[in-house]
Write a protein of this length. Structure first.
Ligand code: CQM
Length: 268
């Protein structure tokens, strides 16, 4: 079990608001919007504990299941149970919930689910499961050939994916994974055609599209990264509200789905 306590300050939230060009609520009253806790209470591994991929290989959860495995964020579930406010301390605890060996189209896969809980003022305010997948170094990720560009519809939110956007998100989440900023490494070592768009960035974009449709406060957010999104493919986000349920997705500019999510107000 890992535990970290710190005072939440407004700077990171202001930076995320600027990164995504979305409104920042009153952080001391309303608290952080859903998923924004991902830029707080971060692991701060020593430089000596980073592996060859730039990700920590010791002292964080999960630790890689073996040398040379390719870490990816696969999906998860977030339940918010109350406001997580800036100006007050909060504590995050983390523990491994399960490890599952599977075989996919890209070869052997190890799924590690990590449970995170954030408490503030004696209350549990965020409860989360993060699914991290480790691919085998020999496994290949296949990306279908791009078709024609599908222009963003009126109800879609196009986001230009540039190295600067990816770098700023890595900085905000203190994530040194080289697949997001080191193109030579991403291509030559991990076999991707370009820089990878972070899973949490796609999930946050979906949660923001849902927030724009009024889904915020105490929510249950389920999401999956279904295919890698590279930096030259753009990012188009859409959220559709039907009653209490918001269904969201990310596609690239050619119409290929890369992430899906469902978000609903908790308790209804
Ligand atoms: C996950 C990949 C490798 C599986 O790809 P695949 O084609 O090999 O798998 P499959 O054949 O579709 O499925 C095999 C089994 O895995 C399961 N499965 C399949 N997908 C998932 C999922 N998402 N969550 C949970 N389970 C999943 C699936 O249900 C099936 O289970 P079964 O045998 O029991 O039926 C593939 O879908 C993929 O590449 N997805 C995109 C991942 C991605 O781009 N993540 C974001 C970038 S990495 C990142 O942000 C990192 C970060 C922030 O820096 C950091 O944490 O360090």
């Amino acid at each position: 079990m890992l535990e970290r306590t710190e005072l939440l300050v407004s700077g990171p939230a202001q930076a995320l608001g600027a990164l995504l060009d979305v409104p920042v609520p009153d952080l001391g009253q309303e608290g952080l919007p859903p998923l924004w806790h991902w830029i707080y209470l971060l692991d701060r591994p020593a430089q000596a504990d980073l592996g060859p991929d730039g990700h920590a290989e010791r002292g964080v959860l999960p630790e890689p299941p073996g040398p040379g495995r390719r870490r990816m964020w696969a999906g998860g579930q977030v339940r918010t149970r109350g406001p997580l406010r800036c100006g007050e301390p909060a504590t995050r605890t983390a523990e491994v919930l399960s490890v599952q060996e599977k075989h996919g189209r890209s070869g052997p896969l190890t799924f590690v689910s990590v449970g995170h809980r954030i408490r503030q003022g004696g209350r549990l305010v965020v409860e989360e499961r993060q699914d991290i997948v480790y691919r085998d170094a020999s496994g290949a990720v296949t990306v279908p050939d791009a078709g024609p560009v599908v222009p963003a519809a009126d109800d879609e939110w196009p986001i230009e994916v540039t190295p600067a956007l990816l770098f700023r998100f890595s900085a905000l989440t203190y994530n040194a994974h080289r697949i997001h900023y080191d193109r030579d490494y991403a291509r030559a070592v991990e076999g991707y055609p370009g820089l990878l768009t972070h899973g949490p960035l796609q999930a946050l974009a979906m949660a923001e599209a849902a927030r724009a449709r009024g889904c915020t406060g105490d929510v249950l957010f389920d999401y999956r990264l279904v295919s890698p999104l590279f930096d030259d493919q753009g990012m188009v986000v859409r959220a559709v509200a039907e009653g209490n349920l918001v269904t969201a997705g990310v596609r690239d500019r050619y119409g290929r789905r890369t992430a899906t999510a469902e978000m609903r107000r908790a308790g209804s």
